[in-house]
Ligand binder design. Structure first.
Ligand code: BTN
Length: 246
C-alpha cells in the first residue's frame, strides 16, 4: 500500500480525489494524503473538520474480489490496522465503536468512511477514507464537538510524528489485508472484537428508518452488527449511529 502516493498541500477532500483516481483505474493500494481538507466529508453527509498540519487525512483504493455485501469488512479491517498503529506509535490504548469510530478515553479520535464503486454486482474499487486527529489542539475543534472529540496529542500530552504514524498505518493495513485475502475475515473479526467497546452492552442504534434499543451481541461474518431487543428478537444493523447505554 502507498507505493503510488499522491500528496497534496490542500484539497477539498482526499476521498473525492481518490474516487476520481479509482474511476481512472489507478492501481490498487494508491493513497491520497493532504495536509488540509477544505470540504472533508464524514459519514451520513456530515462535515469532517480537517485543519492544516494537525491530522492525517487520507484515502486509499483497494480492489478485493469480494461480493458487495462483504464490503463493510474492509471498514473493520481498517479500524483494526489504525488501532494497532496508534498503539505502537503512541502507547495509547484505543477502542473501536462499531462500525468505524476509534475512541480514546471515550472521545473520538478517528473516523473511517468507506465508499464503493461497483459495476452491476461487481466491486470495482473500495475507497477507504481515514481521518485522524493527531496534533489537533482543543481550540482547533469547532465548539460543538469539543466535548466528544479529542486528538492523540491531547490524550498522550505529546506531539506525535505524523509521518511515522502514516507509515505504520500503511504497514499494518497491508499485513491485515494480505491476511484477509489469504485466510478470510475470521482472524480479523477476532482482533476487531478484542478492541470493540459496544459488544455485550445495552445500546441504542439510530438508523435511517428509526431507533432500535437492545444488547449488542456481536458482529456477523460480514461485519453487520447484531442487536437483541427486549423481546429477544435479533436485528441486523448495516448502518447506524450507536450510543452505549451501559
Ligand atoms: C466519520 O464520519 O467518522 C468518517 C470521517 C472520515 C474522514 C476522512 S478524512 C480523509 C477522507 N476524506 C474525506 O473527505 N473524509 C475522509
Amino acid at each position: 500500500l502507498g507505493r503510488n502516493l499522491h500528496y497534496h498541500d490542500s484539497v477539498e477532500s482526499t476521498q473525492k480525489n481518490a474516487y476520481k483516481l479509482a474511476y481512472d483505474n489507478a492501481e490498487e493500494g494508491t493513497v491520497v494524503i493532504a495536509e488540509e481538507q477544505t470540504a472533508g466529508r464524514g459519514r451520513m453527509d456530515r462535515k469532517w473538520h480537517s485543519p492544516k498540519y494537525t491530522g492525517i487525512w487520507m484515502s486509499l483504493i483497494l480492489r478485493p474480489k469480494i461480493p458487495i455485501p462483504k464490503a463493510p469488512q474492509l471498514t473493520l479491517i481498517t479500524a483494526v490496522g489504525v488501532v494497532q498503529a496508534i498503539e505502537e506509535v503512541t502507547g495509547l490504548l484505543p477502542e473501536i465503536k462499531w462500525p468505524n469510530d476509534i475512541l480514546i478515553n471515550g472521545k473520538k479520535i478517528t473516523g473511517i468512511l468507506t465508499e464503493l464503486q461497483a459495476e452491476s454486482d461487481r466491486i470495482n474499487s473500495i475507497i477507504i477514507g481515514i481521518g485522524i486527529n493527531v496534533n489537533t489542539g482543543i481550540e482547533d475543534f469547532p465548539e460543538d464537538i469539543r466535548t466528544i472529540a479529542s486528538s492523540l496529542a491531547i490524550e498522550s500530552e505529546k506531539i506525535i510524528d505524523r509521518e511515522k504514524l502514516i507509515r505504520t498505518i500503511l504497514e499494518k493495513l497491508e499485513k491485515l489485508y494480505l491476511l484477509y485475502l489469504e485466510k478470510g475475515f475470521f482472524p480479523i473479526k477476532l482482533m476487531w472484537e478484542s478492541y470493540a467497546i459496544s459488544i455485550g452492552k445495552q445500546i441504542t442504534a439510530r438508523t435511517l428508518t428509526g431507533e432500535i434499543k437492545g444488547k449488542a451481541t456481536g458482529i456477523t461474518e460480514d461485519g453487520v452488527l447484531l442487536i437483541e431487543d427486549l423481546a429477544g428478537e435479533i436485528h441486523n444493523i448495516y448502518s447506524a449511529d450507536i450510543q452505549i447505554e451501559g
